[in-house]
Design a protein around this ligand. Structure first.
Ligand code: URP
Ligand code: ZN
Ligand code: ZN
Ligand code: ZN
Length: 464
């Protein structure tokens, strides 16, 4: 089955030109002006943007967390991602403390295999680093194609590792050609502040925010960067929210160290005033109870600037949806509200509308941070993340002018509220191809569960 996409404005991280793309089977076979090749079908992309399928390297699908499971399965989450122009996601496998990486991987495979509609890969979260875990790293890299290892400096007793485990892991991951990623906040300080607020009877969502001040993220980001420098291990800080943390990375650049930084769409667009929009006792703020929490407007400016300065390489989502009934588990105690926010479907359109549309980033930068850099950092480039001959035909055809309104009534994520209810965005995903198949067209998903493939990833160098 071959497809010709005609006359689209092709945008990659570096290029911007009008041409045709010829797809045959799963990959792009030719790109050129007025291609003299016949195809089984033709899509007219005149007046549209054509860019690579988005990559969201930070999603939590069907994940056991805080006494419940995130509400999107690999099926519903990847399908919603396709609707929003994201063709590949990287989900997190969580090792159970006291158990092996292999067991965790088997558990995640049992939920994801045959269910995902879009392509997916896994990060391995190491929550218990010891001699047994150390011996499994090589197998993950060489046999499973899992080359990134996630760590948590918070969530003590469940996911957090200490600094000696971190150093040991970094040394082994460096040796095996992988990358260590981190949830960089100071778990002990946060636990101290949570306990203090609870003792004082301060139990509303606002106190989730007040228990994770900027310094907890700045300190951990600096500490992580120092340990990565000491071990010479490639490092990546997930969901960065604030100026203090970005300054820690800026400092690392002075010793010529590269620490990759991811922010998430919510930290660019939303701020902490939402936690007390209805007063300090308001529970509505639970919609945005995530870790780290939303910050200040000045932090949003820092993050946009960081993108343009090349300090922030990736805009992800940390998609971790919970139904309102699940959020209500913390009605009387903010520390029991499942942490997380839905955005897997909205990221590409929001970033286009608020970023490109409002003049904050260029079209090339948009593709770089939403598609290309994640593919490069995580060992999927050039198979994923760009439009080039030989790459997977993961292609988004996008109308830059069509306006529409985001709402839980119309989204495809399995969650009964939207963090962006009523937001009008300019720019809409019209048609999406995944490995040469049209998977989204005219607001319909044309593939079933099981269409998504697990993507084994290559070793990485820590340089892009
Ligand atoms: O609030 C969040 N971010 N939930 C998901 C787990 C994590 O820390 O990424
Ligand atoms: Zn076990
Ligand atoms: Zn996290
Ligand atoms: Zn996360």
């Amino acid at each position: 089955m071959s497809i010709k996409i005609k006359n689209g404005r092709i945008i990659t991280a570096t290029d911007d030109y009008i041409a045709d793309i010829f797809v045959d089977g799963e990959t792009i076979k030719a790109i050129g002006k007025d291609l003299p090749i016949d195809a089984d079908s033709t899509i007219d992309a005149s007046g549209k943007l054509v860019f690579p399928g988005g990559i969201d390297p930070h999603v939590h699908l069907d994940m056991p967390f805080m006494g419940t499971f995130s509400s999107d399965t690999h099926e519903t989450g990847t399908r919603a991602a396709l609707f929003g122009g994201t063709t590949t996601v990287i989900d997190f496998v969580l090792q159970k403390q006291g158990h092996s990486l292999k067991e965790a991987l088997a558990e995640w495979k049992s939920r994801a295999t045959g269910t995902a509609a879009g392509d997916y890969s896994f990060h391995m979260a190491v929550t218990d680093f010891n001699d047994n875990t150390k011996a499994e790293i090589q197998e993950m890299v060489e046999n499973e194609g899992i080359t990134s290892f996630k760590t948590f400096m918070a969530y003590k007793g469940a996911l957090m590792i200490d600094d000696s485990q971190m150093i040991g892991l970094m040394q082994e991951v460096k040796k095996q050609g992988g990358l260590v990623t981190v949830h960089a906040t100071n778990g002990d300080v946060i636990d101290f502040l949570v306990a203090k607020h609870k003792r004082e009877g301060k139990l509303s969502p606002l106190y989730h925010y007040l228990s994770q001040p900027e310094v907890t993220e700045a300190e951990a980001s600096g500490r992580f960067s120092d340990m990565a420098d000491y071990t010479d291990c490639p490092g990546y800080i997930v969901h960065m929210t604030c100026e203090g943390a970005l300054n820690a990375v800026r400092n690392a650049t002075r010793r010529n160290q590269k620490v990759f930084v991811e922010t998430c769409i919510q930290y660019l667009l939303l701020d902490a005033s939402l936690y007390e929009a209805g007063g300090s006792l308001d529970f509505e703020g639970a919609k945005w109870v995530m870790s780290p929490p939303l910050r200040q407007k000045k932090d949003q400016q820092t993050l946009w600037a960081g993108i343009n300065q090349g300090l922030v390489q990736v805009v992800a989502t940390d998609h971790c949806p919970f139904m309102w009934a699940q959020k209500l588990m913390g009605k009387d105690d903010f520390s029991k509200i499942p942490n997380g926010h839905p955005a897997i479907e909205n990221r590409m359109e929001l970033l286009f509308s608020e970023g490109v549309g409002k003049g904050k980033i260029t079209l090339n930068k948009y593709v770089e941070v939403a598609c290309t850099n994640a593919a490069k950092i995580f060992g999927m480039f050039p198979r994923k993340g760009t439009l080039a001959v030989g790459s997977d035909a993961d292609i988004v055809i996008f109308d830059p002018n069509e306006k529409h309104t985001l709402s839980a009534k119309t989204h495809h994520m399995n969650v009964d509220y939207s963090g962006y209810e009523g937001w009008e965005v300019t720019g809409k995903v019209k048609t999406v191809l995944l490995r040469g198949n049209v998977v989204i067209d005219a607001n319909k998903c044309l593939v079933e569960k099981g269409n998504g493939q697990f993507i084994k990833r290559n070793k990485v160098s820590g340089k892009i």
